[in-house]
Design a binder for this molecule. Sequence first.
Ligand code: PDD
Length: 276
Amino acid sequence: AKVYLNGEIVTSENATISVFDRGFLFGDGIYEVMVQLENGIFYKKAHLDRLQENLVKIGIEYQVSELEKEIEPLLIASELVDQPCLIYMQVTRGVAPRKHSYPKGIPATAMMYALPFQLPYINQKNMHAILQTDFRWHRCDIKSISLLGNIMSNEAAMLAGTGEAALVRDGIITEGSHTNIFFVKDDTVITHPANEHILDGITRKILVKLCQELNIPLVERGISVEEIPTMEEAFFTGTSTQIASIAQLDNHTFHAPDDFGPITRKLQDALASLKE
Ligand code: PDD
């Protein structure tokens, strides 16, 4: 694969960074994942804006426009122009002797690659998920490359033979290990507010807008574990996940394996039509 690294496009073998890079030492950086479909990069501006906002949050002075202008050259070098692919970007604080406080005046490390990627079948169903304690930190709004809490929770889901973990903080379901979570009750869509306990997903933002357009009431509140059996539908959302209907969460079954919740289905179709 080809990699953009600090101003150059090189083969992955030649894309090397210092062991003193703060991304390597501290996980001190921000990342972004977007997908290119037949008609372009899906919600590119929203992803690039989020990357810039997150860099500002942690005080990394880097202009995302630098990475943006390298997307096209990278896609050409990767032979992925107009091809379905996933674009990964990450910016770390740069290389400096290990010291917790932010070093001043060092250039950030910027990296990006693109790999072929097919979106999952648009109407995903039959997702099983477990509940896991949300033991992550209190700034989950930051798209940090430090993802230990997320990957440990996801691994637990895989070991349990399920597809995702729904994270529970103080009895409230926040989000998935790499997705946002939505519920449906009485024809109302419910999702956790975009505060510091979740990542404000781009797909989540799109769904909030789609619900408005489709006149589906949407409430932003956290659902407690006790409420799960009272919910009628549930689904996960994310850039690479799309909308995945949850057939079973913990020991509660929402629907048969090859069925869908009707509102979930409606939103899946609406999201799919945005991509045509
Ligand atoms: N995951 N919540 C978390 C914790 C996430 O990591 C993600 C994205 C989402 C959904 O955000 P979006 O709709 O903007 O993709 C929610 C990315 C794709 C990943 O780590 O692979």
